[in-house]
Write a protein that binds this ligand. Structure first.
Ligand SMILES: [Zn+2]
Length: 306
């Protein structure tokens, strides 16, 4: 009987679940809205319901386990989420134990960005390496670090918060309490904020700023040059710390690569001896918003030693 796992990706807007085979083939997928405003029980029921439907569809196969990617810090040993803006009702709630109780199956919980990094390592842009960093540029900036093929957790499970690396000593204030965090200067939200500041339009989005850049708008291009510099500052630090072979970027602003990459590469080269001396790839991730789903599905295979 062929083995499979179930991966779940709970995001701010979408709840997705997939049954995935050992070779990374997606066997079935369920996508729906994440009803975060409906309260904790509804969200948990939706997760458990999606997993049960997939188990029913896959009953001719052998379930290895279930992996769930969620936004927020994960206390790995306790199976709890803390500090998630998207999921305030889950604060300090034993979500892992509750889902296991309802499902009657073991569940592995992981931070969504860590899961995305693991997905890229398994079957995405990081397939050929064991060590990589993934940065996801969105509303904020998420990060995942894969070392020796596994998610680097830190001692509690809070490692990889790349979005909160300081890139401007007296920069924009951040919800985390710091100033000048990377995500306040290089996320899609930050790009839109710079667009407003440069009078490109009150409700302008990062995508519209990208379109302006394509059309030759100088202010729009300046924004992406600045974004590249901030990304480069963060990347130089990461390259200096890890000396990994691969650093990946994903997320909505990725189409603007040609506008931000030149200043990003220049900044990393300027600030990192390791980058100048060691062969280091900084590239686009390839799985897009499916990365977290694949990574969550890979967790049980990895734990089972597959
Ligand atoms: Zn911050």
């Amino acid at each position: 009987m062929s083995d499979y796992t179930i991966g779940v990706d709970l995001g701010g807007t979408n709840l997705r679940a997939a049954a995935v085979a050992r070779d990374g083939t997606m066997l079935a997928k369920i996508a729906g809205r994440a009803q975060l405003t409906q309260g904790r029980d509804t969200v948990i029921q939706d997760i458990v319901g999606a997993i049960r439907r997939l188990m029913e569809d896959m009953r001719a196969r052998n379930l290895i386990g279930v992996g769930i990617g969620v936004p927020g810090f994960i206390l790995i040993r306790e199976g709890k989420i803390i500090g998630s803006n998207n999921l305030p009702e889950f604060e300090d709630f034993p979500i892992q134990a509750e889902i296991e109780r309802l499902l009657g199956e073991k569940v592995i919980l992981e931070n969504d960005a860590n899961a995305a990094a693991l997905g890229e390592k398994w079957i995405g842009a990081g397939r050929d390496v064991d060590d990589l960093v993934l940065m996801t540029l969105g509303t904020g900036i998420g990060g995942g670090i894969i070392s020796g093929g596994k998610v680097l957790h830190g001692y509690l499970g809070m490692a990889g918060e790349i979005g909160h690396i300081t890139v401007a000593a007296d920069g924009n204030p951040c919800g985390c309490g710091n100033r000048g965090c990377l995500e306040k200067h290089a996320s899609a939200t930050a790009i839109a904020a710079m667009g407003r500041l440069l009078h490109l339009g009150d409700g302008i989005t990062s995508e519209e700023i990208y379109n302006l850049a394509v059309a030759g708008n100088e202010r729009a291009r300046m924004i992406f040059t600045a974004v590249g510099e901030y990304l480069g500052i963060a990347l130089a630090g990461l390259v200096n710390i890890f000396n990994f072979p691969l650093y990946l970027l994903s997320g909505g602003p990725l189409p603007a690569w040609d506008f931000f990459a030149p200043s990003m590469f220049a900044e990393v080269a300027r600030r990192s001896y390791t980058y100048r001396e060691a062969r280091t790839r900084i590239e686009k991730a390839t799985l897009g918003n499916e990365a977290g789903l694949y990574g969550a599905a890979y967790l049980p295979f990895q734990q089972a030693g597959a």
